[in-house]
Design a protein around this ligand. Structure first.
Ligand code: GUN
Length: 278
């Protein structure tokens, strides 16, 4: 069993991104500038946002965090996004999710200019991905997972890949990116029958659910298990969707939690944030 080391791989990618940022600054005189909007005080979101800001600054990307109180109106958020869309100094805009219930998330995401949508969540970028043409940006987590698979030279083309979860942030774009790479993709969700049978026969399993759901003892020989879940167990310890002790002896590659997909997501977002389209 080989660990898919997201920490090491992300450091390698960040080095390349840092180099690209320097090149962009030298060639165009423009400094990539990521603006992150955070609403309310969700502790997980606060950690993610701090992490994004610190990493951006380390590699020469300018970053600004704009904080709004929990009770901000949708109208005020939209006004801020319109301002950032017009601001020539701003090259990337990210609204940290989840948003409070009184705000329609879709209205907010749709307001972001597709050329600055570093999350790849706007209808234009999602639509381009769905029809198999290049969007301005691919969503960070699935793109980071593909970078990790590529780093370990894991063959995607022709592989039977099970994606568990169909969220807009991970599952759906993951399935589409893999189809575009010529994989045979099954997307499982809460209505899926016989999930264990599907897990046991897949060449690659990518689980993005947030529950301990991949726990069968015998997965396919030479299979690859990618764990996107990250949550605290009953003892407050960080864990993922995969029962590592059960699954790891029978697969060939497995991503740990923490230290697998998490750091890849940040590196992948930084890759996006280093691009300047406007
Ligand atoms: N919340 C959890 N993951 C993400 C992400 O990739 N982007 C944003 N904007 N919010 C998130």
């Amino acid at each position: 069993m080989i660990l898919l080391d997201g920490k090491k791989t992300s450091e390698k990618i960040l080095k390349k991104v840092k180099f690209n940022v320097e090149k962009t600054i030298n060639n165009t005189g423009r400094v990539p500038h990521l603006v992150v909007i955070i609403v309310g005080e969700n502790p997980a979101s606060q950690i993610y946002v701090r992490n994004k800001k610190n990493t951006a600054e380390k590699i020469g990307i300018k970053s600004t965090v704009i904080e709004f109180p929990e009770n901000v109106s949708e109208k005020n958020l939209l006004k801020k996004i319109a301002e950032l869309n017009k601001d020539n100094d701003v090259t990337g805009i990210l609204v940290q999710l989840p948003l409070p219930k009184h705000i329609n998330k879709n209205n907010i995401v749709q307001a972001i200019a597709p050329q600055k949508d570093v999350d790849g969540f706007t209808p234009e970028n999602v639509g381009k991905l769905a029809i198999g043409i290049e969007p301005y940006f691919y969503p960070a987590t699935p793109q980071g997972i593909i970078m990790l698979l590529d780093e370990y030279k894991i063959k995607i083309e022709g592989a039977d890949i099970l994606v568990i979860g169909r969220s807009n942030i991970v599952g759906r774009p993951m399935s589409q990116m893999l189809i575009n790479r010529n994989a045979t993709v099954t997307t499982a969700h809460s209505y899926t029958k016989d999930l264990d049978d599907k897990i046991k026969t897949a060449d690659i399993v990518i689980s993005a659910v947030g529950k301990k759901i991949v726990r069968c003892k015998m997965v396919k020989k030479n299979s690859v298990i990618v764990d996107v879940g990250i949550f605290k167990d009953a003892n407050g310890k960080l864990t993922g969707d995969v029962d590592f002790e059960y699954v790891s002896p029978s697969c060939e590659f497995i991503s740990p939690v923490p230290g697998g997909v998490g750091p890849m997501t940040i590196a992948s977002l930084m890759y996006n944030a280093s691009k300047v389209y406007v």
